[in-house]
Every structure is written in structure tokens, then in C-alpha cells.
Design a protein around this ligand. Structure first.
Ligand code: TXA
Ligand code: MG
Length: 339
């Protein structure tokens, strides 16, 4: 076994919490069977204890150990999408999942992550890890090891490196604990894709079943205020906002600033940050997958540049673009509404 994985397992067995890469975002992982370790995750994140954690399994055959009830729909989705960015809400097997992990709910969130480092750790541990995204509660999720080190590096003994996350936004969450399937959080896998495999529609969240606390209001928020504008209005809005503050632009689809703003367009043809004393632009080019991949890195970079407002055009509303819009809307939601 690789040395880093061995150390991770040793720490997890001892009830410690570590940073762990997944294909969606980095997680803050604890042994899911240890109540005290789970409590530690909440303390480190500053997360209210009622917000349940996702339990990450090594493979779908583990479903039977941690979940209860009829698992046939879950098995079908697992076969189609695991390992991958899909979380299932199922009745929990209370004998093996502590209340600390599920925030006292009688359901549990489970997924098999598609990242070799995460899978190696879970397999070697021989039990699942409970892991929320490795950011402070309500803040922007981390998609690189450096993001985790910056936010929480002084609070965890180890952050494993798995490179930048391939997808960049959190998993799709579907609730299978009720008669009908409900989408609780959009992600890389769409409701239509899930519905096609299930042979039944996956409905929009009706707010009646168990909710995914933290998915409803302000979330994924940088320090700067986030404002969404239509692509056509973007540069006009920049012009009128620049008089009063240092503006950041998340140029989601390679939007290039007009020459009047004095930013070298050459620098923007690639990705990343260009700025002068009045304006900072984080360039993302290449469609909705790239928008998802670079969204959090962009929000973080604009925050670090010192912008007090971040303007973002609406993403293309297809595929993972719908999940990008969901995250942007939460980043833009009034603060102080975190659940
Ligand atoms: O991609 C992901 O899902 C990442 C990586 C690390 O796997 N994890 C992640 O965890 O996004 P977190 O804790 O940031 O978000 C988990 C969401 C929360 O909104 C939580 O309320 C919801 O899942 N959740 C967990 N258990 C639930 C349950 N039993 N019923 C309803 N929602 C649940
Ligand atoms: Mg999170």
C-alpha cells in the first residue's frame, strides 16, 4: 500500500479527520462508523450538527450493510452511475450508521466516488468514510489540495493530493427513500439521465420529504457579493458597477472584455485571472463542463484579488450548466440565510 494511503487509514482508524480528493470536490473525511470522528467533522467545518454527511462506499455491494428497505432502484442507479457523482438518499441501517453522521435522520446519503485515491482509502479502511465538502460551512467548496490547505490546513493532520477535481461541483443528490424519486441537488448527472434508468420520472424537490439542509439558501458563497446578469448585459453592468467598487467578472464562456477596460485580451484567451487596478476577470473557456470545473477556483481567485462584487453571466442552461446555475444562485443568495 502506498505510504500516504497507509497514513490516511491509520489516522482514520484513530478517529482523526483528513482531507480527501474525490472527482467532484475535496472532502473532509472521517471513519463513518465512529460517532466521535463524525462529530469532529462538524466542529472543524463549523457546520450545524443537524446537517447530515454523505457516506462514501467502496462499491455498491456495501449498500446492504449501511442501507435498509428495498434497494432495487438504488442498485439500478448504482450499476449505471457508480463509481460517480451521484448520491442516493435511502432508509438507513441504524445498526451500522451512527446518528451523528445522519443528523438524527432515519435516512442516509450514500455514494461511491470515482477517484482512485478516495477508493484506495475506503477499500484499505474496510469501511465507509463520511465526508462533506472540505470548506468552512457556507463557503466555496475546494477543488484542489491547496484550497483545502488554505481553508482548513491548520485543523487536519493530512490532506491527500489527487490533483484538481475532474468535475468541480458536488454530486447530484436523488432521494429514493419515498415512493417517488426526487432531485434534491442538481449535479453532473441530470434528472433525465436518472429517470431514463429508473423508468420513472425524477421529480423536482417538493419540499415535503427529508430535505438536504444547506442546499436551499445561501451557500457556496465567496466573501464578495455575487450578482448574476444576462450575458448581453454583462459589460454594461461592469461599466456601471466599476465606479463604486473593485469588480470581478467570472467570464464563464470565454467572454472577452471590450478594449475600453484596458485588459489584455491575449491573456484571457487562456484561462485564469487577469486584472488591472479597476477590474479583475477570471477567464473560463470551453463550454459548461469547463464552467463547472473552474467555477469554484474562479470564485476563490476573484475573492483573493480583493473584489467586492463578482459579476457572472448566466451559464448555458444545458447539461451540467443547470447545476452551475444552481451553485451561482446560491452564491448570490442573500447572506445570513444559511440553514
Ligand atoms: O460531491 C459530493 O457530494 C461531495 C464529495 C465530498 O463527495 N460532498 C458533499 O457533501 O457535497 P456536503 O456535506 O457538502 O453536502 C451533502 C449534502 C448536504 O446538503 C446534506 O444536507 C445532504 O447532502 N444530505 C446528507 N444526508 C442526507 C439525508 N439523509 N437526507 C437528505 N439530505 C442529505
Ligand atoms: Mg458542501
Amino acid at each position: 500500500m502506498n505510504e500516504a494511503i497507509a497514513r490516511a487509514v491509520q489516522l482514520l482508524l484513530a478517529g482523526e479527520v483528513i482531507g480527501l480528493p474525490t472527482e467532484t470536490v475535496y472532502g473532509l473525511a472521517a471513519d463513518a462508523t465512529q460517532p466521535l470522528a463524525a462529530r469532529r467533522v462538524f466542529a472543524i467545518k463549523g457546520r450545524p450538527v443537524g446537517h447530515p454527511l454523505i457516506v462514501h462506499l467502496a462499491e455498491s455491494s456495501w449498500l446492504h450493510d449501511y442501507c435498509a428497505g428495498d434497494l432495487s432502484r438504488a442498485q439500478r442507479l448504482a450499476e449505471a452511475f457508480w463509481p460517480g457523482p451521484l448520491t442516493l438518499i435511502l432508509p438507513k441501517n441504524a445498526a451500522n450508521v451512527p446518528d451523528e453522521v445522519t443528523g438524527g435522520l432515519n435516512t442516509v446519503a450514500v455514494r461511491v466516488p470515482a477517484h482512485p485515491v478516495a477508493l484506495d482509502v475506503i477499500r484499505a479502511l474496510g469501511r465507509p468514510v463520511a465526508a462533506p465538502s472540505a470548506n468552512r460551512f457556507g463557503a466555496v467548496s475546494p477543488t484542489t489540495r491547496d484550497h483545502v490547505l488554505l481553508d482548513l490546513g491548520d485543523q487536519v493532520p493530512l490532506v491527500l493530493d489527487g490533483g484538481p477535481c475532474q468535475i468541480g461541483i458536488e454530486s447530484t443528490i436523488v432521494d429514493l427513500s419515498r415512493d417517488q424519486a426526487f432531485l434534491l441537488r442538481p449535479g453532473a448527472i441530470s434528472a433525465a439521465q436518472l429517470g431514463a434508468v429508473l423508468g420513472e420520472p425524477v421529480l423536482d424537490n417538493d419540499g415535503e420529504g427529508p430535505q438536504a439542509p444547506g442546499t436551499l439558501e445561501s451557500h457556496y458563497a465567496p466573501d464578495a457579493r455575487v450578482v448574476l446578469v444576462s450575458a448581453q448585459e454583462l459589460w454594461n453592468t461592469v461599466r456601471s458597477t466599476m465606479d463604486s467598487c473593485f469588480v470581478g467578472v467570472l467570464a464563464l464562456s470565454g467572454d472577452v472584455p471590450p478594449a475600453e477596460f484596458g485588459l489584455t485580451v491575449d491573456g484571457l484567451a487562456a484561462r485564469g485571472l487577469v486584472q488591472n487596478e479597476r477590474l479583475a476577470v477570471y477567464g473560463i473557456s470551453g463550454g459548461v463542463e469547463s464552467a463547472a470545473h473552474d467555477l469554484y477556483a474562479g470564485l476563490r481567485a476573484l475573492d483573493e484579488a480583493g473584489c467586492s462584487v463578482i459579476l457572472s453571466p448566466l451559464p448555458e442552461l444545458q447539461g451540467i450548466g443547470l447545476a452551475v446555475l444552481d451553485r451561482l444562485e446560491r452564491a448570490a443568495a442573500p447572506r445570513g440565510h444559511q440553514k
